[in-house]
Design a protein around this ligand. Structure first.
Ligand SMILES: [Mg+2]
Length: 260
């Protein structure tokens, strides 16, 4: 098997075959479907609505970031938590009381994300169809359970996965637990996603391989430097597009679904 030229194989010798029966853990938001673009648009509309006299958009973003991090423990991730953080940001910068009529409008900028049109990323459906007969596929997403479950159902590809795992946070212990729950050699486990903070770095720390597929509109709080000091037995790949996975993982070996 040939590794695509634009992939970056950080460790292991180039050209090692990646045979069938790998266990592919696949992130969802901004890996399988669009997500952060809707949050960015809501924030932009919030800033326009706020029309603040002297705070710039970047300064308001910094305040929102701090409030989102503060709200994370109690409210987690997702549109509802984001809506609350927008509310808190509004009150923080205006000093308005809890019953200010604009707060409903502000909250709706966040809540409308729940009703956004749903858009699978280019090539995802076809790629999943090609990988599925040859590898174990597990969707691993973090966030509000109900919000994530609705997206999984709307995606129309839920049935392509052997399992769907929704967790509150994707950290090293999350990946260790997942690997322990699987009856597989960790060398055959790969985490595939767009977030260095939630997909790539904690997976490498947990002792599994990773495929980093950057999304240009990744949430800035998910961006950090990709780990370089991980176990030499592990492989980190960087691909430009989800569809390039078919050049890395076998799609021409016996069909596991046909024999099961
Ligand atoms: Mg993601």
């Amino acid at each position: 098997m040939t590794i695509p030229k634009n992939s970056h194989r950080v460790t292991a010798s180039p050209g090692d075959p990646l045979p069938a029966n790998q266990c592919l853990l696949i992130d969802a938001d901004d890996t399988l479907w669009e997500n952060n673009i809707y949050f960015e648009q809501s924030f932009a509309d919030f800033v326009t609505f706020l029309n603040h006299e002297h705070l710039t958009s970047a300064e308001i973003q910094t305040i929102l970031d701090e409030l989102q991090v503060a709200n994370r423990a109690a409210h987690g991730y997702g549109a509802r938590s984001f809506a609350k953080s927008l509310r808190d940001t509004f009150q923080h910068v205006t000093g308005e009381p809890d019953d200010h009529p604009d707060l409903d409008t502000v909250e709706r900028f966040g809540l409308r994300i729940l009703d956004q049109r749903f858009e699978i990323l280019e090539g995802v459906r076809e790629t999943i169809d090609m990988l599925r007969p040859h590898h174990q596929l597990m969707l691993v997403t973090k966030g509000h359970r109900e919000e994530q479950q609705v997206k999984v159902e709307r995606s129309g590809i839920e049935q392509c996965f052997d399992a769907v795992v929704i967790v509150e946070e994707k950290d090293e212990s999350t990946y260790r637990s997942i690997v322990e729950s699987l009856d597989v050699n960790p060398r055959q486990v790969w985490m595939i996603g767009n977030s260095p903070r939630s997909d790539i770095n904690p997976a490498l720390r947990a002792g599994i391989n990773a495929v980093y597929i950057p999304h240009p509109r990744t949430w800035h709080l998910e961006v950090e430097e990709v780990l370089s000091g991980f176990a030499p037995s592990l492989t980190l790949l960087r691909l430009a597009r989800f569809s390039e996975l078919t050049g890395v993982f076998a799609t021409d070996e016996p069909n596991r679904l046909a024999t099961s």
